[in-house]
Design a protein around this ligand. Sequence first.
Ligand code: IVH
Length: 719
Amino acid sequence: MTAEASPTPSHSVPVESLTPEEAAAELEHLAATIAYHDRLYYGEDAPEITDAAYDALVRRNRAIEARFPELIRADSPSRRVGAAPTTGFRKVRHLRPMLSLENAFADEDVRDFFAGVRNFIKELRDDPSIPVEVTAEPKIDGLSISLLYEKGAFRRGATRGDGAEGEDVTENLRTIGSLPQTLRGAAPDILEVRGEVYIEKAEFLRFNEARAARGEALFANPRNFAAGSLRQLDPTVTAQRPLRLFCYALGEVSEEVAATHWDFLERLRQWGFPVNPKSRLCPTIEAALAFHREIGEERAELPYDIDGVVYKINRFDWQARLGMVSRAPRWALAHKFPAEQAVTVLKSIEISVGRTGVLTPWANLEPVNVGGVIVARATLHNEDEIARKDFRDGDTVVIQRAGDVIPQVVSVVAERRPAAAAPFSMRAKLTPPGATEPQCPICRSLAIREPGEAAWRCTGGLVCPAQAVERLIHFCSRLAFDIDGLGEKNILAFWSDGLVKTPADIFRLHQRDAEIRAREGWGEVSTRKLLQAIDRRRTISLDRLIYALGIRQVGEATAKLLARHYGTFETWRGQMLSATESEESEAYRELTNISQIGPSVAGDILAFFREEHNREALDDLRRELREITPVLMPSAAASPLAGKTIVFTGTLDKMTRAEAKARAEALGASVAGSVSAKTSYLVIGADAGSKAEKAKALGVATLTEAEFLAMIAGGQGQA
Ligand code: IVH
């Protein structure tokens, strides 16, 4: 603690008896003291005083300011409410998004991956004798980070965050011994390198044992350890953690550094980055699968935890052409090891209510350790699945965890079934004693299972509190509004106390800050932090907003498609309101003409807009927001195709149709199936049919394949 911030304000003197000089001195002292404790608190781990003691300081400050308003300081703590956090991690935008990986478990899935690549790249499809090399790398389960080097010097390091934006943990990363501060030899002016921060198994155990001996909380697994260590506000704490690093991917780069991933790994080594020595160049699928088997056998002896192998198409030019789907590259695959399993008792089958009213059965389990994580519940999917596997209350079951996937119940240990165990029935479970019809366990509305559907649903709709709460939880979740401090627990509590009922209410919470501050577990700082987090989200991108609405079948990818196609919130909303579910409706034709949006998805979107309550809630929300920003892929911002609608017709010579579509989309275009007045360009290949004539009649611009390629040239890179 620094001398000027020692926390002993003259509480003994009643505010009424303070002289202006004393008041000014105390306000100065309080400003420094409160700022000091803010810094500690934002460090999460390190507060020195209780919330109550902190609140007393803030109240004292407020009381003095109320009596001497002319003495309120420019740096007064009372002025900081609603301002940017004084400390904590700065958010940084990655120069290129950090992607995730598609998973495969069976060898068959790996073969499908290779087949998909062959079908996407025209030369490979036409000539099966061209080999497709991949690199294979052990997949370490740590924390992915992005490192930015400028003119060979380490400038900035960030966590992955949501893939587009992470947290600036530069100073903490500097404490990792193997991270090069300056690069050996010539390097591009801008070089973004991706890698994994992890801890070795032995060191993890040693560290946890020492914590146990000191009576401190233990880290659940090595991955949490790495994450917790990197997110320390004080780098000297991070420096005491035995963190390590392997680098394995390229982000933004100002000049070409290699033609293949394998050569890139070699350049990383030359620059001084740690690269996993186990990585191997595999000329064939069989070689890749053999690597997976070998590493799987070695797994237990490796000094670090791995959960699979990552394959990457070796040629960078092919990687660029393959591009990505949703959030994962088409050129890489995570081949996971078999899931970790454990045996435990299924205490009971319970039902939860989702945001769209689906009633999902889940297993309430005797807690058990599965591969380092304690599991107490697992999903059971739906009634048919339970019947197929014949799960019953009291059964001994095998459960498994695979990567980040929610734990699953795999099978029953038949010999251990209690004599009294009765087959499970959703109807019986949902029908309480004395009732004649199945009911929603929360709102008691009728529960139904429509013919042809696997799911039971609550028919309560807006009256069902469980659905309302689940919608709010979804609204605040990471890929939606991503509001720090509004997780499941707090939303539930706020909801049941009437603080929030609709999304817009979240943005009006500042009007109720006194009520929040007075709640158990909440104080001055945590309330301010929450209100700041909410305020920051008054600016939101259109795709996040659409996703946040929780419309059935509109996940992250569909939300992105819609946002990109319609551009602005007003256009999207206007079009959805004017569309009717029929081919007569132009707005409907436009919606279903977006590739990947069929009548079923379109129907759910329009059903959402038909509900008056939804329209009102959306408009109410809009009034609370500052700005809804359009979405463009980073590389698409300056592209000639951004915001354009493109249709392809005929056989292309250089690209498969899948590649053409993917490349247009990567540059911000929306690809449609048929020509209309809204089409920006029709790209015409060989043997084109009626579409070309229609384009001519409508005055739509047409391009040859060569013209299209010239237009997009240079606009794409790696992920
Ligand atoms: S490549 C497109 N390579 O796995 C590039 N990722 O499930 C994406 N990971 O977020 C990453 N080892 O944290 C790549 N050799 C490796 C990896 C690896 C571990 C992690 C990484 C990523 C996650 C995706």
